[in-house]
Design a protein around this ligand. Structure first.
Ligand code: PMV
Length: 341
């Protein structure tokens, strides 16, 4: 069969509230996680695909207008992995022009948005060729093969990824968590950029450090318990319990790094200063403002958008600027997921 198509897709990054840390069989999670889909931190992809049984696989990849052999190699490896489900890949010429809306020196993990865009693009092509509707579960599952957390970036608002007996969730793909209280309808994520450099230890090595980790089993159990508590808090609109859980999750993630067989530290003195300031501001004002942290030194500030926006932004700019570098802050918020243009 012959098939030609050109289109554009963009996908956001996401921030995990219950963290995925540890994986098996390649890219299946050792514990369930829950995240918020972001809005303005996005990867854009221009896709030009030709499929014909006479063609051999060929990839032409560029990032922000330039060739990028390292990314191209990773994508080629990825496409060969998903080709077991998408056999047309063996007979396609694929041109991909990628870019990010957020500065790549911001130290923000872009693999979630990049693979969410690519996984959605592949599902789009497959659905058009098969003349069926776009399937978000398949898009999530293709994204997952590239980067586990990418599975949670297809659909907007909140997503759960990873099996838990008492929930209808899967290790293969993320499912939307649609029952959050209106108190969680509009949520800010302000990223404080403490270090814009590349990560010293990749998240692949971080996940691997959970194999044989002395606290692994206790951690997986804790994540399951935290997920259930978090879900209840979000259903009830309870920011205090929500905040306590997300901060414990963030610090546990970093404690796991520090207690691995080959321990390492990604937090910086500035990260700890910012955490201290957030707690102090919260105690003094009674405002719901909490932090979470990814596998890096940057601090994500999480709060309900609304009446306190101005005083919070003033606090961030006046108290935290001195700990930050480069663009210093990225103001993002809850978003709606993948978009085709
Ligand atoms: O998707 P990966 O392999 O980059 O792993 C992401 C891990 C964390 O960001 C630390 C946690 C998470 O759940 O997103």
């Amino acid at each position: 069969m012959k098939f030609n198509h050109r289109f554009q897709v963009s996908a956001p990054s996401n921030i995990a509230f219950v963290k995925y840390w540890g994986k098996f069989h390649g890219q299946l999670p050792c514990n369930p996680s829950l995240s918020m889909t972001l809005d303005s931190c996005r990867s854009h992809l221009k896709v030009d695909v030709k499929v014909d049984s006479t063609l051999d696989f060929q990839l032409d990849f560029s990032f922000e207008g330039e060739s990028h052999p390292k990314f191209a190699q990773r994508i080629e490896k990825y496409l060969k992995l998903v080709a077991s489900d998408l056999s047309w890949i063996y007979n396609c010429q694929l041109k991909l022009e990628a870019s990010n809306t957020f500065p790549h020196s911001a130290g923000i993990a872009s693999s979630a948005s990049a693979f969410a865009a690519l996984g959605s693009a592949l599902e789009k092509i497959d659905s058009l060729m098969a003349k069926r509707d776009f399937d978000v579960k398949r898009a999530s599952s293709f994204a997952r093969v590239g980067s586990g957390s990418a599975a949670r970036s297809i659909v907007g608002a909140y997503n759960i990824w990873g099996k838990l007996d008492s929930l209808i969730s899967s290790d293969e793909y993320a499912s939307p968590f649609a029952n959050a209280h209106r108190n969680f309808n509009s949520v800010a994520d302000v990223v404080c950029i403490v270090d814009s450099g590349a990560k010293l230890i990749s998240s692949t090595d971080g996940h691997a450090s959970m194999e044989g980790h002395p606290f692994a089993e206790a951690r997986y159990q804790q994540a399951k318990n935290n997920l259930l508590t978090l879900i209840t808090a979000m259903q009830n609109g309870n920011w205090k319990t929500f905040g306590a859980i997300i901060e414990q999750e963030a610090l546990t993630l970093h404690a796991l790094m520090m207690s691995a067989t080959e321990p390492y530290i990604l937090l910086r003195p500035q990260s700890l200063e910012i955490i201290g300031k957030i707690k102090k501001f919260r105690t003094e004002t009674g405002i719901d403002i909490y932090f979470t942290i990814d596998a890096g030194p940057n601090i994500h500030i999480i709060y309900p958008k609304g009446e306190n926006d101005e005083v919070i932004e003033q606090f961030i700019e006046s108290e935290l600027t001195k700990y930050c570098v480069g663009p210093k802050f990225i103001y993002d918020q809850i978003g709606t997921g993948v978009r085709f243009e």
